[in-house]
Design a binder for this molecule. Structure first.
Ligand code: GLC
Length: 738
């Protein structure tokens, strides 16, 4: 699907206009309201609002039977009988949970998120959900920001590819397909650049940063035909995104031609008052409407004030019609008027499909990144008889399934402990969690995840747990440490100042390593972690992220050699939280980092990343060679073809991700020392070679120039590197001439 395919037909536009003519102002305002189905919300019950005016959409409900009951009220008892769009955060799975989006980006394989979101859509639609608040496509270069887990990492090229794949997965090829759902590109825009990585904090980005880094995935989503957008919470250059006309009208609609509709983030219209932007709720609604925000999520500001604003002449009814129309046309394109109800017998058939779990296992396998494997300790033989699995997340379903397990999602993951025990049925596999880990300040989401509301451990209990873990490790021949973060330590309202392993995990790791036994470290986490000590002292480290329902099986598949890991980091791992924001695509400066005189930007620590963007090891080895260009010189506007040969030089089959980076040596603006402009994941048998081909044309070589205050593609000399991560050394030059 792409934007032209989701374009609204004249027939549907005419049908929507006819309906608009029949609707009262109150009914039109009802369509601009997304009301809450959750019982934690004050105010009149949803059914009362629906009876009075109807509602554009309802969220935070996950109950198939109730969906049909509310839909019946909308159709039979509301004035205009317009069906409701039911919406929920189906971010990486509905009942079959896939790896978190950051993990799926680490697969560098767009088929992974596309298939995942297609299955998520199938299950969610069977439950009666029409619309997901995904994909989240915020670029994140500050690992302290908790929501880095929901996106595709630091790079706009990889992020755009993953955004398009997810839109395709959710929406399929036809909005009327009952096994697909409306997608929602969020959070528009720049949310990942919050000051200090502090969630919700203000964002200050130049137009060049927005245009070159933070906006491209959103434009890619529009070109892929995404049906809806969500405006972000935070102030963008002092103007809240949800009241930001430049973002919502000038860029999204005028420049990019987006013709779907925009929903605010939760309560974000009403929040304009709290943010000190709007004088009162009435002013907030006025500003949001003027900015082009169609739907008010849960704040009821529109419901309370829009009719008055029209009646007193502050707003014209045509301005309301313009924002209601795309909501009606999307409901018509989905066939919602013809098929408003869901078959209540469908869900149990759909969510039990074995192929869904198989897809989740494959996605988890392809997302994991091998960070270290000294002396090829991995893969482990399957004849180990006495294995200890140690760590606070080793048997945690929540940590395995990860963020967004709220609103009725039921964690059912295979934990790492369970996966290892399944892999070694004859062995003795012991387990000790070690000291508990917990946030210093609780997450508001713990109210939805009571299983996370554990009482604090006393120092004595912590010490006892520590000793038990060390004793358990002592009694084993092999130790698998499973460390990282609990589900609510990344995600919304889950920013942190440090990137260290929370709690006493590193202390426990050191104590276990001191026993002198073979130790493997598995990380379950939603963000990069500064595992400096482990990176030098633990021989084997597997980054498993938050791998979803089949995560434990996928970890065991890799540890014991049934699968050769091929994932690569979609975000660099800083050595310390206070190095953030840290990212590879920086300009050179007058003293490039790493030169003999300037080894580090700080005098007290190395500021190069612990693990660079694009990095990941394999159980085999590869060579990338024979870099060829179709020309040494091309004109502005022409395309150059780049080829390279990748060979599996090892003993087992494996995947390599061949990456292409460019650097424009001079221009109107200083340009990043490297930028990803192509990648391909290839599977090779031992000794096998493959030629990979990339195209570099105007789309890849243009950029938004501060100096030129616009998009430019310039005559200049360029570096090219092709390799297996962002430090690639295989180099060539080419020139672009006028
Ligand atoms: C949340 C999040 C947003 C989510 C919305 C609805 O606060 O910011 O990502 O989709 O509310 O749950």
């Amino acid at each position: 699907m792409n934007k032209s395919e989701t374009a609204v037909s004249p027939e549907i536009t005419a049908r929507a206009n006819t309906l608009l003519e029949q609707m009262s102002l109150a009914e039109k305002v009802g369509q601009l309201a997304q009301i809450s189905g959750a019982d934690f919300m004050p105010g009149p019950p949803a059914e009362e609002i629906i009876r009075q005016t109807g509602a554009g959409s309802l969220l935070w409900l996950n109950d198939t039977k109730q969906f049909n009951e509310l839909q019946k009220i909308a159709i039979e008892e509301s004035p205009s009988g317009i069906p409701i769009l039911f919406a929920l955060d189906v971010i990486h799975g509905y009942r079959t949970i896939f790896p978190v989006p950051l993990a799926m980006a680490a697969s560098w394989d767009t088929a992974v998120p596309e298939q995942a979101q297609a299955i998520a859509a199938k299950e969610a639609r069977a439950a009666g959900i029409h619309w997901t608040f995904g994909p989240m496509i915020d670029i994140a270069r500050d690992a302290r920001w908790g929501r880095i887990v929901e996106g595709a990492g630091e790079d706009p090229y990889l992020g755009s590819a993953m955004a398009v794949a997810q839109v395709r997965g959710f929406q399929g090829d036809d909005l009327a397909d009952p096994e697909h759902m409306l997608a929602c590109a969020k959070h528009f825009a720049g949310y990942g650049a919050a000051d200090g990585g502090r969630d919700y904090d203000p964002v200050f980005l130049s137009e060049a940063q927005l245009r070159n880094v933070y906006l491209p995935p959103f434009q890619a989503a529009v070109d892929a035909g995404v049906a809806t957008f969500m405006s972000a919470y935070m102030d963008l250059n002092n103007v809240p995104a949800s009241g930001n006309r430049w973002l919502l009208r000038d860029v999204l609609r005028e420049e990019w031609g987006f013709d779907g509709f925009i929903v605010s983030d939760a309560f974000a219209v009403g929040n304009l008052v709290i943010q000190g932007h709007a004088k009162d709720v009435r002013d907030a609604s006025y500003r949001a409407i003027k900015a082009g925000l169609n739907m008010d999520m849960a704040s009821s500001s529109y419901l309370q004030t829009l009719a008055d604003l029209v009646e007193d002449g502050s707003l014209a009814v045509e301005e309301i019609d313009e924002l209601v129309r795309p909501i009606l046309t999307l409901k018509m394109q989905m066939g919602l008027f013809e098929n408003p109800y869901v078959d209540e017998t469908l869900l149990e058939k759909v969510i039990a499909l074995p192929e869904h779990r198989a897809a989740a296992r494959l996605a988890a396998q392809r997302s994991m990144v091998l960070l270290r494997n000294e002396d090829n300790l991995l893969p482990l033989a399957k004849d180990w008889q006495n294995v200890a699995v140690i760590g606070p997340v080793a048997d945690s379903m929540e940590a395995t399934e990860g963020s967004w397990m709220v609103f009725g999602h039921q964690p059912a993951a295979v934990t790492v402990l369970q996966g290892i025990r399944a892999k070694l049925p004859e062995a003795t596999v012991t387990y000790a969690p070690g000291p508990a880990i917990r946030r210093d300040f609780p997450s508001p989401f713990e109210d939805f995840m009571p299983e996370l509301k554990k009482p604090p451990q006393t120092p004595e209990e912590s010490d006892a747990a520590f000793e038990t873990a060390v004793t358990t490790a002592q009694a084993a021949d092999l130790v698998i440490m499973v460390l990282g973060e609990e589900a609510h330590m990344a995600g919304e309202f889950a920013s942190r100042g440090s990137l260290d392993l929370p709690g006493r995990q590193e202390e426990l790791l050191k104590a276990v390593c001191a026993l002198g036994k073979p130790v493997v470290l598995v990380l379950l986490n939603g963000r990069p972690l500064s595992i400096n000590w482990a990176s030098e002292n633990v021989p084997a480290i597997l980054e498993a992220w938050e791998p979803g329902t089949e995560g434990g099986n996928a970890v065991a598949d890799i540890l014991f050699g049934d699968v050769n890991p091929g994932g690569k980091l979609p975000v660099c791992f800083p050595r310390n939280g206070n190095h953030a924001p840290l990212y590879y695509a920086r300009t050179l400066t007058h003293q490039p980092e790493g030169s003999p005189m300037y080894r580090s930007r700080y005098w007290d620590s190395l500021t190069t990343p612990l693990y660079p963007f694009g990095f990941g090891l394999s159980y085999t080895t590869f060579e990338i060679s024979n870099l060829q260009l179709s020309a040494a010189k091309v004109k502005v506007g022409e395309t150059i073809e780049v080829t390279a040969v990748v060979t599996n030089t090892g003993q087992v089959a494996g995947d390599e991700v061949v990456q292409l980076y460019t650097h424009q040596k001079w221009g109107s603006d200083s340009r990043p020392m490297r930028e990803l402009k192509g990648f391909e994941r290839v599977t090779l048998q031992p000794g096998e070679s493959k030629t990979v081909t990339f195209q570099l044309g105007p789309d890849e070589l243009r950029y938004w120039s501060t100096n030129a205050n616009g998009w430019v593609q310039e005559a200049a000399a360029f570096d090219i590197w092709v390799g297996a991560d962002s430090l690639a050394t295989l180099h060539a030059d080419f020139e672009v001439v006028d």
